[in-house]
Design a protein around this ligand. Sequence first.
Ligand SMILES: Cc1cc2nc3c(=O)[nH]c(=O)nc-3n(C[C@H](O)[C@H](O)[C@H](O)COP(=O)(O)OP(=O)(O)OC[C@H]3O[C@@H](n4cnc5c(N)ncnc54)[C@H](O)[C@@H]3O)c2cc1C
Length: 517
Amino acid sequence: MTAMQTDVLVIGGGATGAAVAWDCALRGFDTILAERRDLAEGTSGRFHGLLHSGGRYAVKDPNAAVECIEENVVLRRIAADCIEDTGGLFVTTPDDDPAYGDQFVAGCAKTGVPTEEIDVAEALRREPRLNPGIRRAFTVPDASIDAWKTVWALAHAATSHGAKVLTYHRVVDVLREGDRVTGARLQDERTGEEVTVECRMVLNASGAWAGQIADMADIEGIEIIPGKGIMIAMNHRLVNTVINRCTMPADGDILVPIRTVSVIGTTDIRVKDPDEPEVTQDEVEQMLDDGERLVPGFRRARALRVWAGVRPLFQDAKASGSSRDVTRAHAMLDHQSRDGVDGFLTITGGKLTTMRLMARDIVDAMCRQLGEDRPCTTDQVVLPGSEDLATYSIGERLKTKEDHLLEDQLVCECELIPRGRLEATMRERETTNLDDIRRSLRLGMGPCQGGFCIYRATGILHGVEQLDALQANDSLRSFLQERWKGVWPILYGDQLRQARLDDWIFQGLLDVEHLPQ
Ligand SMILES: Cc1cc2nc3c(=O)[nH]c(=O)nc-3n(C[C@H](O)[C@H](O)[C@H](O)COP(=O)(O)OP(=O)(O)OC[C@H]3O[C@@H](n4cnc5c(N)ncnc54)[C@H](O)[C@@H]3O)c2cc1C
């Protein structure tokens, strides 16, 4: 068993946990971040991709709108390289009430969300595939944000300030001495080794799993209801601007162009278990219908993949009366004042857009508890990779490839990943898991869903990581199984033909099912 000492242990390696670790490290705390899987493998890596302008909440939830627009401005400054400045439109479809547009404009004015009504003809000129029946259109500063890149940038920033990031380390117990939390017991998911971390503070940033971690600390009454939402990625950019329906927030009302795809979402269904939320056929049909409302002919595009994420909806079973509401805002729980337990704080809920603010709140609360005055400066310090303050653009990879056409082999043609970059990432990540590499580079995320690139990548991984044949087989099989989960619920049209071809490659030619294990 390994024993470690630190000032702060952060539990959960999603956007919130990574932002908390960065904030702690920047304020000079010795910090360890523990994540049971890879970074951003929870809700953060399964979200919709939208850097909110606040427009969505301008009427229904003004506080959330203010938080979003303020953080939108901050993130463009500190994490530009993770953001594509797509801009956003709120459009009144033939199914929406045009009068809501006036409420929307008034809400935006009150909350500071910049908006302007433009002619429908101008909206259609900007986005020719939009429903020609739209009746009103408003611009907002929405954008798309790459969650994996953001979380890794936060983690790199934290480690550059001395933090340790322990991926594949599951917290199995929270340690208490009387009324004080003193650390946690972790298990290395790859080797089985146990690690004990002793610390001054444990910060619980485990999203939809925050109730489970609080249980381990014998804290009662923290119910996190997982609110499942599904999203479908279509095979190309049907729109280049984030398109929102101009109506009260509802299901399937946003289409986000992100990287090479556009993503329609989402639903909101309460489920029991945050792990492996199921995608149902009804939800898929509903999303495709909702896509049609925004972009006629939506169903004829290729649907590449469907996935689900879980919103952590916090309900305080200790609160009484009307305050026993489920909240969608972020919740910061100080277990000293709430439960009489020192050394333990929880942050959950919120949005990816507001993760820096959530981190600031919990680290401020920690400083108060420790009696230390260390102000937050994460709104000022630019994250690694964003130093030139330029947002990314969709054509960047293509331009790089065209500038160096003959210099490097392409391993993944859909996402334009050259062999050199793949090998460098494999070395840097030190992983045998191709899904980890996927999250870093978008390997296998294009129309073939790994059909043409993943056996090549497995061969390269075999060499770079010096795997034996059995480990390489295992890596290939687990990648294919993971991809299949997102492919089978949307098999129709051209993507069905693609899946059949992939099946011929992997089962017919390579017989992966019977490779030695
Ligand atoms: C369908 C959907 C769409 C969304 N779209 C948007 C959007 O477009 N824009 C936006 O701003 N927000 C969006 N959100 C909200 C946003 O995704 C979340 O608020 C945010 O990602 C939550 O981040 P987190 O770090 O708190 O949680 P998570 O990312 O879930 O991180 C928690 C981590 O804790 C880890 N963990 C759990 N148990 C343990 C343990 N025992 N030991 C160690 N680690 C553990 C998990 O593996 C996980 O990685 C969306 C949410 C959903 C569900």
